[in-house]
Design a binder for this molecule. Structure first.
Ligand code: HEM
Ligand code: HEM
Length: 163
């Protein structure tokens, strides 16, 4: 498999689509917490529109992330930008592994916890929220550092598709 020069249009669409859906979940997760608390007390889950939205969007994120991983392994991703030091490459590599790990672990703990009535997993789902936020903020800071300090045009890679 030869290494592509950039991300494909599909990889870019999935990157921004998943980012938007994660933002939606982080902003509107509260209703799901109330539903879980009610369910724990009464044994009955009130399935409101926002509860369904949390589940459907969460499952969509899981599916899109699996699709992204398939694309990473079949099509590949571009090499690090010119000038990347070994230390920066290592941080980026582990940062991306962390993002993928969290993008899988968060919906999976939610799904198995909710449908399997496993309160420990639902708790883990809640603990992962601040971890996900910190890793995403680190990722955004890194992208902005490339854009405005290193000025290597990294952001363009997630904007303009290339073969
Ligand atoms: C929920 C939010 C986000 C998540 C989970 C996320 C996740 C990822 C992941 C896993 C990659 C690795 C490439 C891939 O496999 O697609 C990536 C690449 C990238 N992301 Fe994000 N991202 C998010 C938001 C953002 C934002 C807001 C920006 C811009 C400020 C951004 C800029 C980039 C850039 C420029 C790359 C390419 C890096 C490279 O080519 O090495 N991302 N993102
Ligand atoms: C990437 C996808 C997902 C994200 C980013 C996400 C995010 C969140 C957030 C931010 C909360 C509020 C937690 C708090 O403020 O303490 C929450 C709660 C919850 N989510 Fe998700 N969620 C996702 C997928 C799912 C899925 C697929 C399910 C399956 C049913 C689910 C089930 C739950 C449950 C049961 C709660 C209540 C947890 C509690 O209050 O202890 N989530 N989620």
């Amino acid at each position: 498999m030869s290494q592509p020069k950039g991300y494909s249009a599909l990889q870019i669409a999935l990157h921004w689509g998943v980012a938007a859906l994660i933002l939606f979940q982080l902003i509107l997760g509260d209703d799901m917490s109330h539903a879980w608390r009610d369910f724990s007390k009464t044994g009955v889950a009130a399935m409101s529109l926002s509860v369904w939205a949390h589940i459907v969007v969460g499952v969509a994120i899981l599916a899109f992330v699996l699709w992204r991983l398939v694309l990473r392994f079949t099509r590949g991703v571009p090499a690090d930008p010119v000038g990347t030091t070994a230390k920066m490459a290592l941080v980026a590599h582990w940062g991306h592994i962390g993002l993928y790990g969290l993008m899988l672990a968060v919906p999976l703990t939610g799904l198995i916890g909710w449908y399997g009535n496993q309160s420990l997993l639902v708790e883990a789902h809640g603990w992962l929220k601040p971890v996900l936020i910190v890793v995403i903020l680190g990722h955004i800071a890194a992208a902005l550092y490339h854009q405005f300090i290193l000025k290597d045009g990294l952001l363009l890679r997630m904007k303009r598709p290339q073969n």
